[in-house]
Write a protein that binds this ligand. Sequence first.
Ligand code: LLP
Length: 466
Amino acid sequence: SSGVSRHDDGQLAVQGIPASQLAADYGTPLLVVDEDDFRARARSFRDAFDAAFEDLCGGVDVYYAGKSFLVTPVARWIAEEGLCLDTASGGELAVALRAGVDPARIGLHGNNKSDGELRRALEVGVGRIVVDSLDELTRLAELAQEAGLTAPVMLRLTPGVHAHTHEFIATAHEDQKFGLSMADSSFTEGQDPDLSADAQRMDGPIPGKSPAAQAVAQALAAPSIELRGLHCHIGSQIFEADGFALAAERLLTFLAAIRQDHGVELEELDLGGGHGIAYTSADEPRAPEQIATALAAVVRAVCERLQMRCPRISIEPGRAISGPAGLSLYTVGVRKTVAVDHADGTFPRRYVAVDGGMSDNPRPVLYDADYTAVLASRTTEATPVLSRVVGKHCESGDIVVRDAYLPEDLQRGDLLAVPATGAYCHALSSNYNLLTRPAVVAVKDGVSRLIIRRETEDDLFARETE
Ligand code: LLP
């Protein structure tokens, strides 16, 4: 985060608080969140997009993607900074409500929302429910009707954009579970001719008509549905502008087709999240201003060409707000050096084991994600040697940082800092091997405070019933 610097004594410090102080006060592994940095990133998305889209659609609604990192105080920071909140489950919705976020500024996502989740969203009056399938649209219409309410709906479409990112986090191509396809569903093989009309409506596409077009017609015809607009999310950790631009163009074109076919101008267009951040020096993220300006230019051009009013734009950044604001602190334990075979002989590889691992950051295991590590508790003149930072779990894939140059004199008890762990680390953490999950500390105005306490052994047993 921007609050990280070297203290006078050579230690890494967050807003002037030395790493050893944080470790002494809260223990390790520790997730340190720079609250000021988090808030500044939230504001910069809001301000940059508002400025770029001001004269196009009066500004932008920024929905922070809670899935990246959501605890009650974080939901409050988001609301205080004037952002909306995107939730992806009943649990995330519960945190948002607990934090006192205005329901009208909450969105609910999910490809398989339960009836209970939909009912709760309707009852508390969330601002939008992002509908993912024809099945869900039918169920939501019924649930809303039963409750005597109208459901504010965005339809999530898959614009068929292949984003350049890891397969597991790319979401706008056809062959994955999310969204309503914009492509006509005429299969050359495998079409079941006996499929009943009802079954097709529920979960099977009608040949010659895209599921997206079907959903629009169905939503417009349902009295208990208020179709507010369209949504897409092309994937995560994306750096290129092209994917976002292409998705925007395809959805705007689709909005124009809806105007043509149904005579309605839908009011909103959500272009999703996925803005990439720097995990290592190899990553070169664009600033929110650049992203916003480039996107606004595309939206303006397409709207002019199609002679349409620009819909109210919204976006859903998660990682780009929470990721860089977090930093993990670990304590060094066992070190060992092994001989690794190579075409030209063998070379040494030093393993440095720390007191956490895949339970507090599973991203390297899941997505081959790269991170960096630095010695945080002191400086040294010792030569940096190629090292692999690993965790303490019973798996050889339990890697925290695949390749890091760390000082030769690294010792047990030294602290390592791994930057950019604010997104999808706490959120994806587990108790694997019955490790207790780390504490989370927020730093604001040079003062640290605990926002999530470290788990205890009692927590590990808390849900056992015998
Ligand atoms: N909107 C929707 C509909 C999403 O599905 C996501 C992320 C976002 C917004 C926020 O994306 P972001 O701006 O944070 O990239 N666990 C993976 C990332 C999964 C992303 C899931 N959806 C990781 O650690 O890389």
